[in-house]
Design a protein around this ligand. Structure first.
Ligand code: XLS
Ligand code: NI
Ligand code: NI
Length: 453
């Protein structure tokens, strides 16, 4: 495996332990380490995304590319360049030693001059990907269609005022459902990048809502027709690139699914930075999805607290990751989903090794968050205190209310007769916050948690 594009990394990244001086080792992530009886690798199901890491050259709206991505150079033969990109991506995944990857159609296949050409390029590259999967053991966490980059999608895909654009989007999604199935993908993602509006002056909200629901029905029907067994996921985001996106947050998407008879067909792919853009915490979005049975997968990244856009930085805060991971563990863990690094380097991080440092740091932060979450579960006090807070609802009065045997008047009569006189009880927030910190800190300083290589 030596040589290659990332010649500075000659073998797969290994666990080095907390005190390893080698930056190209995992400090905490140990794939085989058992946490609550399950391997770390199976808890986290880490994925590498091909768009930020291999299909983006570091450009921003003020400057051209800064990153060393020779396959993106103008003037290259598109298929040669695509093949080189895929080879390097799999070299990276193999050297990083993680089980999954994710991509959009356009990330791997040149669009060519017609849809037929796009399809045939995609077919050829899917064959290549199958070969790489077999050779490296990497698997597809999810596939998706890019329905936002090309100018035809400037006014949305399914929600476009032009039905021909809807049809074009259908063609891309059919292609990618098929490709995802061929590659054994365990999920298929729909991110409504431009399903929203820039101004209400030109937007018919009623029509666009109906179009979006129709599209989601068609996708679900097709999934069943071809027998794709993966999970369909919608990725909420409140804005950017549009001023307002319809799939605003977990609760909005959930309401849309229920309203349109789509419940049961879709789950959510929750992205940390999208949560913060929506004015929520990542913890909130994950907890909402779990409470409503729609958590599918995670796009791991973080925003910048001072910048109001999707900065897509690599996650690095154990404090921010421990609570979402606690919810996930309490909810029974990820099933078909995983943690996909939808995160990009800063454009000054221009050494080839920087992509490794970014992923290693993010993976270790997740692994440490997992240990802290497991410690909270083993300690048990958080769950116990939450349960005790609602104990009344498991008693006779709570059961009567929820079971429907007590009417509004029955309840009112009992209060008037003096039989019900509730007293406020402390919510104990600061105490609970201290319990969380205690577990996070314990895992940091405890020798058993911070193992040596
Ligand atoms: C953009 C989204 C995108 C999706 C996949 O903000 O996060 O990268 O994850 O289309
Ligand atoms: Ni994402
Ligand atoms: Ni994003």
């Amino acid at each position: 495996m030596d040589g290659g594009f990332f010649s500075g990394v000659v073998e797969p990244i290994r666990f080095g332990g907390l005190h390893s001086p080698d930056p190209l080792t995992y400090k905490v992530y140990e794939p085989d380490r058992l946490v609550l009886g399950k391997r770390m690798e199976e808890h986290l199901r880490i994925g590498v995304c091909l768009w930020h890491s291999f299909a983006w050259d570091g450009r921003d709206m003020f400057g051209i590319g800064t990153l060393d991505r020779p396959w993106l150079d103008a003037g290259r033969d598109p298929m040669d360049a695509a093949r080189e990109k895929m080879a390097v991506a799999f070299e990276f995944i193999e050297k990083l030693g993680v089980p999954y990857y994710c991509f959009h159609d356009r990330d791997v296949a040149p669009e060519g001059a017609s849809f037929a050409e796009f399809r045939s390029n995609m077919d050829a590259l899917t064959e290549d990907a199958l070969g790489y999967q077999e050779r490296t053991g990497a698997r597809l966490l999810w596939g998706t269609a890019n329905l936002f980059t090309h100018p035809r999608y400037q006014a949305g895909a399914a929600t476009n005022p032009d039905p021909e654009v809807f049809a074009y989007a259908a063609a891309q999604v059919r292609m990618m459902l098929d490709v995802t199935q061929r590659l054994g993908g365990t999920n298929y993602v729909l991110w409504g990048g431009r399903e929203g509006y820039d101004t209400l002056l030109n937007t018919d909200l009623r029509r666009e809502g109906a179009q979006l629901a129709r599209f989601l029905h068609l996708v679900a029907e097709h999934k069943h027709r071809i027998g794709f067994e993966g999970t369909l996921l919608i990725e909420p985001k409140p804005m950017e690139p549009t001023k307002h996106q319809y799939d605003y947050d977990s609760a909005t998407v959930h309401g849309f699914l229920v309203r349109n008879g789509l419940e049961g067909e879709y789950k959510l792919n929750i992205e940390a930075n999208h949560a913060t853009l929506a004015g929520h915490s990542f913890h909130h979005e994950v907890a909402y999805a779990i409470a409503n049975g729609i958590l599918g997968s995670i796009d791991a990244n973080r925003g910048d607290p001072q910048n109001g856009w999707d900065t897509d930085q690599f996650p690095n805060s154990v404090d921010d990751l421990a609570l979402p991971l606690y919810e996930i563990l309490r909810g029974g863990g990820l099933t078909t989903g995983g943690f996909n690094f939808d995160a990009k380097l800063r454009r000054q991080s221009s050494d080839r090794d920087d992509l490794f440092h970014a992923h290693i740091g993010g993976i270790d932060a997740l692994a440490q968050g997992l240990l802290a979450a497991a410690a909270m579960i083993e300690d048990g006090r958080l769950a116990e205190l939450k349960g005790a807070r609602y104990a009344g609802w498991d008693g006779p009065l709570g059961s009567e209310i929820l079971g429907g045997s007590a009417s509004l008047a029955d309840l009112a009569d009992r209060v008037e007769a003096g039989g019900i006189d509730p007293r406020p009880r402390s919510g104990r927030q600061e105490y609970l916050e201290s319990l969380v910190n205690q577990q996070v800190w314990a895992v940091r300083s405890n020798g058993a948690a911070a193992r040596e290589g």
